[in-house]
Design a protein around this ligand. Structure first.
Ligand code: SF4
Length: 418
């Protein structure tokens, strides 16, 4: 029987680092974030204080159009109301932001400090206009501090799980980027939930964040400009399908065969490949929207002819597109990124089967743009002996997977029996 989402492990996914190395070092500010309130909640808060409903519109304008950061930025409101709002809510849930630029300024990797000193990351990527497409500014955001899924090629997975983000902590990453872009006369065009965390394990907050981002009275982004990425939380995927929103679903697949996917995405032991792809297929049928499949390319592990054939068979005839992403070489794994010819051979095999493929470039690699790398840097290096144990375990598990054998789940991982 499939265990409920709530029973997934909530502590450090990899014993190499131990539980929750990212904090906290301070108590969390108990005031909710102002940007996390729905218009109804804001009106109700004002009504209790005998204030007119039109004030809700003014507050929302200051938060979403004015991108307010401090109580002083809540312009046009009476001083008493500003003070009352500041006492009850945080105008911005991000305490501090550090920006590192790469790719000639076209990629900005951003580390956000929250009220409890936890760190989360967002990445702003600017794409110039080309081939009939307008220029785009895409922001990749986090939905959790750390992640319980524990994919071994991912720096966030190695950090382990910290906590869920509140709705305001999610949308304030977007307001932060919008503020920076506004200074250059630009607007954010796309938001992707592909930063730290598994969005479907924090689904209520993520749905509320999407509601705020796509509400024309708040951030006003078109639903089709939002992508939600999952490592395969099937109940969450089915819930999204039932809700019927028009945003894009992306599935971090990384392997089409269960023994290998058990190693690369430990959640596969709960929801295996066939169940994940069936849920994605149903989503595509119900919404008419193409599903994106992410496939990180690891030399000699999941980039072989056999893997390409298995993936082509799995997705043949589906409303699907595959993104091939060279593995970022920084994580503590024994593996290397696939080289260019291997990626091209893999892509050609999929194209020959009629499947659309994009080969992605790893943007901002020199600043550690893969999710979790800056936070991992701050958490410090895990002990060498633990890294060595982790590498040996991954070598043994991937060798077994290449022989078609399934390995038992690592202790504390998302795939462990709960
Ligand atoms: S790749 Fe995504 S799901 Fe996997 S550990 Fe990293 S953040 Fe979590």
């Amino acid at each position: 029987m499939t265990p409920p989402i709530a029973t997934l492990p909530r502590a450090g996914a990899d014993p190499a680092r131990g539980p929750d190395p990212s904090g906290p070092t301070s108590p969390r500010d108990p005031r909710p974030g102002l940007s996390g309130l729905t218009p109804d909640e804001l009106r109700a808060w004002l009504a209790v204080r005998g204030l007119a409903a039109y004030r809700a519109r003014q507050v929302a304008d200051a938060v979403w159009r004015g991108l307010a950061r401090t109580p002083e930025d809540l312009r046009g409101l009476p001083r008493d109301l500003r003070a009352a709002l500041a006492a009850a809510f945080r105008v911005d849930t991000i305490v501090e932001t550090e920006v590192r630029l790469a790719d000639g300024g076209r990629t900005a990797k951003v580390l956000h400090r929250l009220s409890d000193d936890r760190l989360v990351e967002s990445v702003l990527m600017r794409y110039p206009a080309r081939a009939g497409r307008r220029e785009r500014d895409t922001l990749c955001i986090s939905s959790q501090v750390g992640c319980a899924v524990g994919c071994p090629f991912c720096a966030t997975g190695e950090l382990g799980f910290g906590r869920d983000l509140e709705t305001a902590e999610i949308v304030d990453q977007v307001r932060d980027a919008a503020r920076r872009l506004a200074g250059e006369g630009r607007r954010l065009t796309n938001v992707v939930f592909m930063g730290m965390g598994e969005p479907l394990l924090n689904l209520d907050a993520v749905l509320a964040a999407i509601g705020a981002l796509t509400d024309s009275a708040r951030f006003g982004l078109g639903a089709r400009h939002v992508t939600v990425s999952t490592s395969g939380v099937v109940p969450g995927m089915r819930r999204l399908t039932a809700l019927g929103p028009q945003f894009t679903l992306a599935v971090s697949l990384h392997a089409a065969r269960d023994p290998l996917r058990d190693v690369l995405v430990p959640l596969n032991r709960r929801w295996p490949v066939a169940e994940v792809v069936a849920a994605a297929r149903d989503h595509a049928r119900a919404t008419g929207r193409r599903v994106s499949y992410e496939h990180v390319m690891i030399a000699g592990i999941n980039d072989t002819e056999r893997d390409a054939v298995a993936l082509a068979e799995l997705l043949r005839g589906d409303l699907a597109h595959v993104n091939l992403i060279p593995m970022n070489p920084v994580a503590h794994t024994p593996w290397l990124a696939s080289d260019g010819p291997a990626v091209e051979r893999f892509a050609a095999r999929l194209r020959a089967a009629g499947i659309g493929v994009t080969v992605r470039r790893n943007r901002g690699q020199e600043i550690g743009a893969a999710c979790g790398q800056l936070a991992a840097e701050r958490a410090g290096e895990p002990p060498p002996a633990a890294v060595d144990r982790r590498r040996k375990r991954l070598v043994a598990e991937s060798a077994a997977a290449l022989r078609g054998e399934r390995s038992p789940a690592a202790p504390g991982s998302a795939g462990e029996a709960g």
